[in-house]
Ligand binder design. Structure first.
Ligand code: OFO
Length: 178
């Protein structure tokens, strides 16, 4: 794998781990304001982000590259409301989408078709990542200070469970051999 690709993918691993760290911080904030369902939703999101990073690490290893872990930036720790949390999550996902698209541009520039093919799962995943957070951000904005509506959204979020995503070409989410 070319050095430029190895470096950019290592940077993206750091960004995915930062996403996990940011969502963990959001989870802790939501616990602190007694919204355990939304905290659960964020906990699932943390696990998703770790799976995204793991898939990239496995891809680098498969291509005989080297994963180099770097410091993870400290996340924001306070928000004004749950609505602000999910609105921030959406803005963050839009940024991540932009980063993934830049990686695709690099794969095309370097004519690395394996890398491009690998990235397409992440391109598709970002549609869901953006939609999940904007849907909740909108619901919470509509709920405003209405406690019963807020509790309704919290109950919905409590039902979210983690299923490891299946990332093609990696062992992430792959069924274990009998
Ligand atoms: Fe890894 O997709 Fe969210 O950040």
């Amino acid at each position: 794998m070319k050095t430029s690709i190895e470096k950019s993918l290592n940077d993206q691993i750091n960004a995915e781990l930062y996403s996990a760290y940011l969502y963990k911080s959001m989870e802790m904030y939501l616990h602190s304001v007694d919204l355990p369902g939304m905290a659960n939703w964020m906990n699932v999101q943390v696990q998703e982000e770790l799976a995204h990073a793991e898939g990239m690490m496995q891809f680098i290893n498969l291509r005989d590259g080297k994963v180099t872990l770097a410091a993870i930036e400290a996340p924001k720790t306070e928000w004004k409301s749950a609505a602000e949390v999910f609105s921030d999550a959406y803005d963050h996902e839009v940024k991540v989408t932009g980063r993934i698209h830049k990686l695709v541009d690099l794969a095309i520039k370097e004519k690395d078709h394996m890398f491009n093919n690998f990235l397409q799962w992440y391109v598709a995943e970002q549609v869901e990542e953006e939609d999940n957070s904007i849907t909740l951000a909108r619901k919470l904005k509509r709920a405003g200070d209405n406690v019963s509506l807020l509790m309704q959204v919290d109950a919905e979020c409590a039902a979210r469970t983690f299923t490891a995503p299946v990332i093609p070409g990696t062992k992430v989410g792959a069924p274990t051999a009998p």
